[in-house]
Design a binder for this molecule. Structure first.
Ligand code: ATR
Length: 267
């Protein structure tokens, strides 16, 4: 079968080598390619996918929302999040899914164990946050707190969360067992900005970032220096890919092979 990832820019994507590692581990002859499609050319997406004879594909920045009008069907959770990262091509029909949220949550539970009774804080209220929060709600009994720079971001949120500003959450940081940064703060290595003041975080808190390049954001570095447990976004990347593979083929991916390959590339 043929798969691929559509994005712009895309040349640095680790998705092809990660998926090929899985195909090899399973003894499959599948192919996975990276296709650079600029926003101007996105109108030709139907033709591009047909030409490449893809059975399924991933969609990444900046097209996760632009793909939606081209779909024949969309999963309820992708519709709710308003973003699609996985498309299944079935009998010429395109069905859209979002595996980012479940990717993060599966990785988190694998690392941390059950999150049933944890008090969780999510920083940021964009698409990534919405996907992660809606998936986590299935696994925890507590109401999740979401803090964002601008409070108006919550206007289109239908999820039952404790919504607050980044400023207000600073006073209650010591009440959380797990804190997850979903904003791009820390992605740019030249900035040492921390999204929240880390001195208020409880010593037993697990601090997560969905960024994995750099492998430790200034936020994670500072938390680690304080002796806190940290967790970056690498597992989320691997598990979202594994979930996409399952949607396309109905088969379980070999997570460890995928993870090792990506880790090696990032060394
Ligand atoms: P994604 O799909 O990656 O979640 P997005 O939907 O554009 O991207 O959302 C980006 C999130 O990061 C938003 O919550 C944004 O906050 P605002 O709603 O206030 O814009 C947050 N964000 C981006 N840059 C930030 C910064 N410098 N400080 C704090 N939050 C930031």
């Amino acid at each position: 079968m043929k798969f691929g990832v559509i994005g712009h820019p895309i040349s640095h994507s680790l998705s092809p080598i990660m998926h090929v590692a899985n195909f090899n581990a399973l003894g499959r002859n599948d192919q996975y390619s990276a296709l650079d499609v600029s926003p101007q050319d996105f109108q030709y997406i139907k033709e591009i996918i047909k030409e490449n004879e893809l059975n399924g594909f991933n969609i990444t920045i900046p097209h996760k929302e632009s793909i939606i009008p081209y779909l024949d069907e969309i999963s309820p959770s992708a519709e709710h999040i308003g973003a699609v990262n996985t498309v299944l091509v079935k009998d010429d029909k395109w069905i859209g899914y979002n595996t980012d949220g479940i990717g993060f949550v599966k990785g988190l539970i694998d690392k941390h164990g059950s999150i049933d009774n944890d008090n969780i804080l999510v920083l940021g209220a964009g698409g990534a946050s919405k996907g992660i929060v809606s998936e986590m709600m299935k696994f925890t009994n507590n109401k999740i707190t979401v803090a964002n720079r601008s409070i108006t971001r919550f206007d289109n949120w239908k999820l039952d969360v404790e919504a607050m500003s980044l400023t207000d959450v600073k006073d209650i940081l010591n009440t959380f067992d797990i804190i997850i940064n979903t904003t791009p703060v820390g992605m740019n290595e030249s900035s040492s900005e921390l999204i929240i003041p880390i001195e208020n975080i409880n010593k037993n808190t697990l601090v997560c970032d969905i960024i994995y390049i750099p492998n430790k954001t200034p936020f994670l570095q500072a938390c680690e220096k304080r002796g806190l447990a940290i967790y970056n976004g690498l597992d989320m990347f691997v598990y979202q890919g594994a979930e996409s593979f399952k949607i396309w083929t109905g088969k379980e991916a070999v997570i460890e092979e995928m993870k090792n390959k990506v880790k090696n590339e990032l060394k």
